[in-house]
Write a protein that binds this ligand. Sequence first.
Ligand SMILES: Nc1ncnc2c1ncn2[C@@H]1O[C@H](COP(=O)(O)OP(=O)(O)OP(=O)(O)O)[C@@H](O)[C@H]1O
Ligand SMILES: N[C@@H](CCO)C(=O)O
Length: 311
Amino acid sequence: MQHFSPGRSVSVRVPASSANLGPGFDSIGLALGVYDDVEATVTGDELQITVEGHGAGEVPVDDGHLVWRSACIMWAALDLTPPKGLRLHCRNEIPHSRGLGSSAAAIVAGMAMALALVQEDIDDAESLALINRLAADAEGHPDNSSASVYGGCTISWADDHGRGWQTIRPALHPQIRPVLFVPAATLSTDKARAALGASVPLSAAASTAGRAALLTEALTRSPELLLPATRDWLHQEARRPAYERSMELVDRLRQQGHAATISGAGPAVLVLSTTDHADPIAELTDEWRVLTPGVADAGVRVVSRSVASTV
Ligand SMILES: Nc1ncnc2c1ncn2[C@@H]1O[C@H](COP(=O)(O)OP(=O)(O)OP(=O)(O)O)[C@@H](O)[C@H]1O
Ligand SMILES: N[C@@H](CCO)C(=O)O
C-alpha cells in the first residue's frame, strides 16, 4: 500500500446497469454498454470537481459529490486519510434517475478510483469483492452496483452470517440483447422505494420466487422463456402510479410478446430481446429514446494511470 503522491493520476471507467429484470428485485443486475469515466489527480492542494455530460450543473461539485463521498468511504475502510487535494473530472454518459444505475456507477467509480490511487491493480478478486461489498452497503441493495463492479449478468445476495454481500456472475446466453426505452421524465430511486409496502401477499412472493428461478434458466440457457421469466408481482404494480407511462409501455410490449420490464426503479423500460428480435422492437415507438447499448462484459476498470509530477 502506498501513500498518495502528488501528480499521481488514475482514470476509471464504469458501466451502467439495469436491475431487477422483473422478478430479481434487489438481486439480479445486468451491466450495460453505457459508461461514466472518472479521472482523478492528486494535487496536494484542494478538492476540485468538474462534470461533463449528465449531471453537469446539477450535482454538487464540492465534498457532497457522490464520487468523492464514495472514495472517502473506501479510504476510511483502508484506514487512510483522504488526500489533501484532488482534481476530479467526471464524464457522464449514464442518464440520472432513469433506472440505469447512475448512482451505483458513481459509487463504484469513486471507490475504484480511491483504491487505484493507492495500489497497483484493482482487478484481483479481493479488491473487487471489497468494492462490491462497500458499494452495495452504500446503495442499500447490491443489484446495480454488482453489475457495475463485475460486468455481465450478476446475482447477488446478503450473506447469512451478516458478513456482507455475495455475488455470482452466471454466463449470459449470447443471443440476449438489452433494448432500453428511456423517457425524459425522471424518478429517484428513493421515491420509488418509498412506494413499496413492508409486506406482500404470500401468493405474490411465491409466484415471483418461481419466476426468478425461471429467469436464471432463461438468462443462461433458454432465452425463449424470457417472457414468462420476467413477470414480477413484488414491485412493479406497487409503483405503477409513479411510472404510469412506463407501465403502459411494458404492458403493450408484453402483449406483443416482448420480455419487457421496468429497468431498476424506473422509469426506463428494459426489453430483453434476442438477436432475432432487436430491430423490430426499436421501431415500435418514437416517444422514447431507444438505446441498444449491448451488455458490458467487463465491469469497472482502470483505463489509465500515471505518476507524472505535473499537478
Ligand atoms: N455520476 C454521478 N455523479 C454525481 N452524482 C451522481 C452521479 N450519478 C448519479 N448521481 C446522484 O444520484 C442521483 C440518482 O440516483 P438514483 O438512485 O435516484 O437513480 P439511478 O441510480 O439513476 O437509477 P436506478 O437506481 O433506478 O437505476 C442523481 O440525482 C445524483 O444526485
Ligand atoms: N432493486 C432496486 C433497483 C434500483 O435501481 C429497486 O428496484 O429499487
